[in-house]
Design a protein around this ligand. Structure first.
Ligand SMILES: [Fe+2]
Length: 435
């Protein structure tokens, strides 16, 4: 069977896909090599980005020591906001500009890595914030050349920010999440050290694992790349190309690893044999979705996180209401699979099979339902919220949630079928409660 067998080429349709990935280093203790890695990338004066909580953990001290041992000048910026905003991106960029650095290191979660990417961008090519921000909020101007080298060291797993050219933030005035997406934002190197996962509380592990899981399922079930028209020039080929043979293999394995390890990883914080596969799955899915793209559950998640009423999950800072990213995604996912499953039955069944389902004799009409049932089973087993109602949402919120999701066109367009305003309203309704 040819690797292209599930992708049918059409006249005038896309005929090629690109796999772009950050160079990655993976292993317990790998963060101790960051000084040598930074030197090899030509860094001499390094801005080390982190947030106030991670700044107190040993990973930041280890990274700073390794940089200094290699003879590099390193300055720590520990003011990154978790869930960054236009304000915190600008503050990070100002630090980068004033410090005249020639390299960046980020140690932390997605917020830290994204802030370092944006700071690197605006320090290298100064411009108004909106210049590079995605349409329709910003002008989405392409980045005109390479940025300074950046080594990203995730201390969680799941965001896969170390693998992607994305930097997500909240536009405060509009109360909306948006981002900057360009391949030049991809870090030069990602260092994934599973030792950093031992400090994560169980619900944080679950939320991150469900984020990886959703990246993988959405990439697998995305519109095939062959269904886009061929670009006029290779440079116009989008970063999110749709499902492709590479993402199909990487994402199927990521789904299998998460389903097999998530419960044990929550129960045994010091047992790296369960947490290490989750970080590896995050890397696989990160490369997969970084090239294929996510769709509806992620598009809906930004509204779910942005309109939060009064939800305070256990394991996160309690100073403000928030819906952690992985939870804001997974609560929509089963409803989405039920709706779109019949339009992409083979890929939904492939995802269900990776979770251990027997997919023999399942009709196309039931493919989404079979996957949804598996995902709901895993949600129940891991104690994540039972849909939007448990996060404090009700039917009165559906219009606002829908209005905030419609502008996420870049994501909605990768779904395997058209998604209308009416569909979104029904999806939010169906996501209220699952059991
Ligand atoms: Fe995500």
């Amino acid at each position: 069977m040819s690797p292209q067998s599930s992708f049918t080429r059409r006249d005038g349709g896309e005929y090629a896909y690109t796999i772009e990935a950050t160079k990655l280093k993976f292993g317990v203790g790998a963060i101790g090599e960051i000084g040598a890695d930074a030197k090899a990338l030509g860094m001499t004066r390094v801005a080390l980005y982190t947030d106030p909580r991670v700044a107190k953990l040993e990973h930041v001290a280890n990274a700073a020591r390794s940089l200094r041992d290699a003879g590099l000048d390193a300055e720590i910026y520990d003011q990154v906001e978790v869930e960054p905003t236009d304000r915190s991106f600008l503050a990070g960029a100002e630090f980068a500009r004033a410090g005249k650095f020639d390299g960046f290191v980020s140690v932390g979660g997605g917020s830290v890595m994204d802030t370092a990417k944006a700071s690197n961008l605006y320090a290298t090519y100064p411009a108004d914030l909106l210049t590079y921000v995605n349409l329709p909020i910003g002008k989405a101007q392409p980045v005109s050349g390479p940025l300074m080298p950046h080594i990203a060291c995730p201390t969680t797993f799941g965001t896969a920010s170390e693998c992607t050219g994305m930097a997500i933030f909240d536009m405060l005035e509009m109360e909306m999440k948006t981002g900057i997406a360009h391949r030049e934002l991809r870090p030069s190197l990602g260092i994934l050290d599973p030792a950093s996962l031992t400090s994560l509380p169980p619900l944080v592990v679950a939320a991150n694992a469900f984020d990886v899981f959703s990246h993988a399922i959405e990439s697998l079930t995305a519109k095939p790349y062959t269904e886009r028209p061929a670009p006029e020039t290779p440079a116009l080929r989008p970063m999110y190309q749709g499902a492709n043979p590479y993402s199909e293999i990487a994402c199927s394995e990521a789904i299998r690893l998460i389903a097999a390890n998530i419960e044990r990883a929550m129960q045994t914080p010091d047992d790296l044999s369960a947490r290490e596969p989750l970080m590896f799955a995050g890397m696989l899915a990160g490369i997969g979705f970084g090239n294929s793209g996510c769709h509806v559950p992620h598009a809906m998640s930004y509204a779910v996180a942005g309109l939060v009423h009064d939800y305070h999950p256990e394991g996160w800072p309690d100073d403000h209401a928030m819906v952690p990213h992985g939870i804001s995604v997974i609560v929509n996912a089963p409803a989405v699979y039920r709706l779109i499953g019949p339009s992409a039955a083979a890929s939904h069944l492939r995802a269900a099979e990776a979770m251990g389902a027997d997919i023999r004799n399942i009709s196309d009409a039931r493919a989404g339902e079979v996957l949804a049932e598996r995902v709901i089973g895993l949600m129940r087993a891991t104690g994540v919220p039972n849909g939007l109602a448990e996060l404090g949402y009700g039917d009165a919120d559906i219009d606002a949630l829908t209005n905030r999701t419609l502008p996420q066109k870049r994501l909605l367009d990768i779904a395997p079928r058209d998604i209308s305003r009416g569909d979104l309203g029904q999806l939010f309704k169906d996501s209220m409660q699952y059991w």
